[in-house]
Write a new protein. Structure first.
Length: 169
């Protein structure tokens, strides 16, 4: 039996109230829907390993073949012992201070298989002024353009591509 424990990515603490930003959903997040619709991610991956990194409360909506990790809602996930063909990371960077974003990207990159890809989505529909405090006391901010190739951009979100070969630092 594989034993897992609460593994915080790169031992970086999450924003104090970032777990409050996870919402219950009736459908998969829009970026995931877009990736599925365009065949970049498959519901039944046929042997490919897929991880939803920062899944929040979407575990019940994600295909059962996918792995799910969230430091607050799925900390016991065994994701850190595996590598993946595809990693999806929706809106995680939007709820973290700038200093915590790079360790997350590096952690995702470390867990990609050779020729694996990660799709990193950020919100486009938040105020351009930066961090804003919500009624829950959480912060959501606009992530300025990352130095990664853009897969898709619309009014509400942007999806970036990250590979093992991407130079992050």
């Amino acid at each position: 039996m594989l034993h897992c424990w609460n593994a915080s990515p790169s031992n970086q603490p999450m924003t104090d109230k970032s777990h409050l930003t996870a919402i219950s959903r009736k459908a998969l997040p829009k970026p995931t829907q877009w990736l599925l619709k365009h065949g970049l991610v498959l519901e039944r991956p046929n042997g490919l390993q897929v991880l939803d990194y920062g899944c929040g409360k979407c575990v019940s909506l994600n295909p059962k073949e996918w792995d799910n990790y969230d430091p607050h809602f799925r900390p016991w996930s065994c994701w850190h012992k595996k590598s993946y063909h595809i990693i999806i990371c929706n809106y995680v960077l939007c709820v973290l201070p700038r200093a915590q974003r790079m360790p997350i990207l590096l952690d995702i990159q470390r867990h990609l298989k050779k020729n694996g890809v990660a799709y990193i989505s950020v919100r486009n529909d938040k105020p351009k002024q930066g961090w804003g405090k919500s009624s829950k006391g959480t912060y959501q901010g606009r992530v300025q353009h990352l130095l990664l190739p853009t897969v898709h951009e619309c009014a509400s979100f942007r999806i970036y591509l990250l590979t093992r070969e991407t130079k992050l630092v």
